[in-house]
Write a protein that binds this ligand. Structure first.
Ligand code: C5P
Length: 303
């Protein structure tokens, strides 16, 4: 019997450099106007032959990777297998570096990487559009994780337009061992707003201009996240970390997605290393990671 060769896909984390959230809609989701940027913190997802479907977790966060159907990688592999009319007889190994439940779309990244890896494993017959359709079904952030780079996301964040950027932006991520739940943070935002709230979000042109110019200083002045206030309400230390970052050492900071990761924009790689050390010394965080963006999305790499 023909057994396909193993496939490995590398997939980055994301930060939302802007996240404007509208009112809750009748489908339970909130209309968004967001700008995603992929950053250089990567999971690697490998697909190999197996007698039955399994997920194996490896790497720093291995013990926190679900190995059942709650993992988007599980759903993704079964969707692709169904399209090929094949049994999902594969082992999906997730080597995790992206912190879990952190607002960095790590679970969505693994879902997107599994779509790409399984498609390549079974012959690469599905067009990109078919993977995008599956990604939309998997979750709001999954379509962006396929493309990566920098993109404007509207609707649930799943309708994307590429955004022009120049140069490299340097980030320091303040990370925590304990995650925050996305639905809870959206619900908390709704509680904090008047019932009559009906403003549609939009991304300021100044922010798009800063990205197009590669102007990190201007970008730092316009980064924004509507989920920041409810994330701080749930985890007050985030407010203290943002205050700690209000120094000449950073150009701006914000909670990433639904948190708890706080992302700080800095001027250079050496500034990122210096600020990471200062953050760790503050005693306010569990970890500090420096990364740059934009980088490309889920891609097959040599196994
Ligand atoms: O799409 P995804 O499964 O990632 O969304 C997780 C949860 O986050 C949703 O069930 C919803 O509570 C919340 N959400 C939202 N509006 C969005 C995206 C997510 O309310 N645009």
């Amino acid at each position: 019997m023909f057994v396909p060769e193993p496939v490995t896909v590398r997939v980055p984390a994301k930060v939302n450099v802007y996240l404007g959230v509208g009112p809750r809609e009748s489908n339970g989701y909130h209309g968004l106007a967001t700008v995603f940027q992929s950053i250089s913190v990567y999971d690697e997802v490998s697909v190999t032959a197996s007698d039955e479907f399994t997920i194996v977790g490896e790497g720093k966060w291995a013990e926190r990777i679900p190995t059942d159907a709650t993992n988007l990688a599980w759903k993704a592999a079964h969707m692709v297998a169904k399209a090929y009319e094949l049994p999902a007889n594969v082992c999906v190994t997730i080597n995790k570096s992206i912190p879990v439940a952190a607002g960095l779309a790590g679970g969505s990244a693994d879902g997107a990487a599994t779509l790409v890896a399984c498609n390549a494993y079974w012959g690469g017959a599905l067009p990109h559009e078919a993977l995008v359709e599956m990604a939309v079904e998997l979750g709001s952030d999954v379509p962006f994780m396929l493309s990566g780079g920098c993109a404007l996301g509207v609707n649930r964040g799943d309708i994307l337009s590429p955004v022009m950027t120049r140069g490299i932006f340097h980030w320091v991520l303040a990370t925590f061992n304990e995650g925050l739940g996305t639905p809870e943070i959206y619900a908390r935002l709704d509680e904090m707003r008047p019932a009559s709230f009906d403003e549609a979000p939009s991304v300021p042109t100044e922010l798009l201009a800063a990205l197009a110019q590669g102007n990190a200083e201007a970008l730092g002045q316009h980064v924004f996240n509507d989920l920041q206030a409810p994330a701080i309400a749930s985890r007050p230390v985030l407010g203290r970390i943002l205050e700690f970052g209000e120094s000449p050492a950073t150009l701006g900071g914000l909670v990433s997605g639904s948190g708890p990761t706080v992302a700080f924009l800095v001027e250079s790689e050496s500034a990122a290393i210096d600020f990471s050390i200062a953050l760790l010394g503050s005693g306010l965080v569990d970890g500090a990671i420096h990364a740059h963006g934009p980088v490309h999305g889920a891609r097959v790499i040599p196994s």
